[in-house]
Design a protein around this ligand. Sequence first.
Ligand code: HEC
Length: 207
Amino acid sequence: MSEQDLNMEEGRDSVVREPQANSVATPAWPFILMVVLLWCGMRYFDAHGGAFDNRVFAKNMSSPPPVLGMSPEQEALAKGKTVYLQYCAACHQPHGKGVPGQFPPLSGSDWVNNVGPNRMIRLVLDGVSGPITVNGAVYNNAMVPWRPMLSDEQIAWVVSYVRNDPEWGNTGTFVSAAEVKAIREATVSHAGQPYSAGELLSSPDSN
Ligand code: HEC
């Protein structure tokens, strides 16, 4: 066969052997393998992952692990802030500085930072009206009572928060729900009658 014949032969072959796309069913085994591997991985992770508990992972952290849970004080501050923003901030403002001439400040207030929480608990329970001097400025307005609205716990949280907000510079003691309950019961005859500032000043400043 001459070289030309060979070329022609090849040319014919390439026409005959044109690639054909046959339809072949996708094999199922890679999918089955994938599912089996995922299942095994999940089983392994469940058994050894420690549910992301930071006691398991802390040793691999570069910074100290977060504190587990909150201290009772941190909890009172967090819950008290929620109560404050919901029930008090409309007048005393979220920053606690009040509105000059209308709503007195709680931030730095001599009423709030009083030695004991007694007077503050009383005025939150039953309100206060008439002239009141706060940090040297006189206000003559009225504050609504919270006795029917807020539980002992809610009042304890909000008084604790207001007396200790780190940004407001207040440094009072924390208050328990039991202390609020005792004052609520002892002053039940005052329900519905707001205090005057003078009356509050004549009540003991600590329990
Ligand atoms: C509707 C407005 C209003 C709301 C809401 C309100 N207050 Fe008052 N608050 C006042 C006014 C007004 C006074 C001053 C009353 C007066 O002039 O006799 C006052 C006085 C006070 C005082 C004593 C004075 C001072 O500035 O330290 C404290 C403490 C206080 N409020 C805490 C609270 C807390 C806590 C809440 C939420 C549970 C609250 N108030 C909700 C209006 C309000």
